[in-house]
Design a protein around this ligand. Structure first.
Ligand code: DAH
Length: 344
């Protein structure tokens, strides 16, 4: 089989140069690249050849294909672009338009906004406190002296900076509870604070990532009791997860609250039946409790007059537990894989 691709190219080029009109461009396309066009015919002719010949001619046909496609794309652009001096004259009305890509907020940002909205209806004020913090606010003032073993639970990142004689080392705050002390020290009572910020801990598995978000609630006023705490948590849970979700307070031990609880909800992935994520049907959302008198004192508040409650939960965890989302590995949220994110 003889094949003169150069001749085809130059003929195609010539015809393309003459075709200033969209209509003749379409004609060109059908002649060279269309279903019954030259390229298709050549491709099927080549496929019938013996191996050696096929190799040689196949390469030529491929090269011709790229040439024709590029030439077509180039002309298409010049025909469809609207020329400034003659607007719309060369506008190809029947060409399908390009769909604009529309993005959306990241799932975590959506969750933060929603959590904020739920709490704002209860009069909580959103605040933000340092994510790179002194040891004092993250631990010491929260009733966790330097040598206390409970500190091990907050697998902390320490920053390589000089220590402050009073405030200690610089850390990436491992929880949002630092905001409790900073809020109290502002001296505005009563307090209804919602502190949402990024935290860091040395951890990584299906349930944990090294940087994550927490939201911390703090209420301080006269006569605040556990009933208020339970009411607020119930409001959040019913609003965020729906009324079918059950929750329970499990006694726990935090240094900064007394009494302290872990709050569990029925797992949003399996609906409470038990799965690889929750194992037994309940998932822990985070801690809560009545603010310890020593913490109130560190915040400059008299525990004889005021009392308060606090809670601190993971934003991602709350998001994952939301019925219907069924995200069973927290790390998906941080991989920035568009195929995953576009689903929501
Ligand atoms: N800061 C705790 C943590 O990161 C969570 C927590 C527990 C916050 C009890 C609180 C609380 O405000 O009262 O694990």
């Amino acid at each position: 089989m003889k094949l003169d691709t150069e001749a085809i190219k130059s003929e195609a080029k010539e015809m393309l140069e003459k075709s200033g009109e969209p209509g003749s461009l379409a004609e060109w396309h059908s002649k060279y690249l269309g279903k019954k066009g030259i390229l298709r015919t050549l491709t099927s002719d080549v496929s019938d050849l013996a191996v050696e010949e096929k190799k040689e001619l196949g390469r030529k046909v491929n090269e011709l294909k790229s040439y024709l496609e590029e030439a077509y794309a180039g002309s298409l652009n010049s025909v469809t672009s609207i020329k400034k001096d003659k607007p719309l004259e060369n506008f190809y009305k029947t060409l399908p338009g390009k769909k604009p890509e529309i993005g959306h907020l990241h799932l975590i940002t959506q969750a933060i906004r929603e959590i904020n909205e739920v709490f704002s209806k209860l009069g909580f004020i959103r605040v933000r406190y340092p994510e790179v913090e002194w040891d004092y606010y993250s631990f010491e003032a929260l009733n966790m002296p330097k040598t206390h073993p409970a500190r091990d639970e907050w697998e902390t990142f320490f920053i390589d900076l000089p220590e402050d004689p009073k405030l200690g080392k610089v850390v990436i705050t491992p929880h949002t509870s630092n905001g409790q002390i900073r809020e109290m020290l502002k001296g505005n009572l009563p307090i209804r604070m919602l502190n949402i910020s990024r935290c860091g801990r040395r951890q990584s598995d299906i349930n944990h990532v090294p940087t994550f978000y927490q939201f911390e609630g703090l209420v301080v006023d006269k006569n605040i009791s556990i009933t208020h705490l339970k009411g607020v948590l119930e409001y959040l849970i019913y609003n965020f997860f729906g009324k079918d979700t059950k929750f329970r307070l499990r006694p726990y031990d935090f240094r900064f609250t007394e009494p302290s609880f872990e709050v569990d909800v029925t797992c949003g992935i399996c609906g409470g039946k038990g799965c690889r994520f929750c194992k037994e049907g309940w998932v822990e959302l985070g801690g809560a409790g009545m603010v310890h008198p020593n913490v109130l004192k560190a915040g400059g508040i008299d525990p004889e007059v005021y009392s308060g409650f606090a809670f601190g939960w993971g934003v991602e965890r709350v998001l994952m537990m939301r019925t219907g989302l069924k995200i069973d590995d927290i790390r998906y949220l941080f991989e920035n894989n568009l195929k995953f994110l576009e689903q929501f």
